[in-house]
Write a protein that binds this ligand. Structure first.
Ligand SMILES: [Zn+2]
Ligand SMILES: [Zn+2]
Length: 86
């Protein structure tokens, strides 16, 4: 166990089929208003953050993926549709 007090975040989708754990500081916290994020989240914007490389672990299940454009692969719960990764 490391003793350097890395922040740890846990979360998951609405139905609980997919759970994750992130270790380390989140970066680039932002709100995206682009058309594809609006569609993916079913709202006006998408709240996004960058997880540290190798800091994200899926602790239950795994996201399904949808390629929403040439540059973007979006992960979501295949069961309930909650957006998870970008
Ligand atoms: Zn789900
Ligand atoms: Zn966007």
């Amino acid at each position: 166990m490391s003793l350097d007090n890395k922040p740890v975040y846990t979360g998951g989708c609405q139905c609980g089929a997919v759970r994750f754990r992130v270790e380390g500081r989140l970066r680039n916290v932002s709100i995206c208003h682009c058309r594809m994020c609006q569609k993916a989240f079913g709202g006006f914007f998408a709240p996004l953050a960058t997880a540290p490389e190798d800091g994200l672990v899926w602790t239950r299940g795994a996201p399904k993926h949808f390629r929403s454009s040439n540059h973007v692969l979006r992960g979501f719960c295949g069961n309930c549709g909650t957006p998870l990764t970008f």
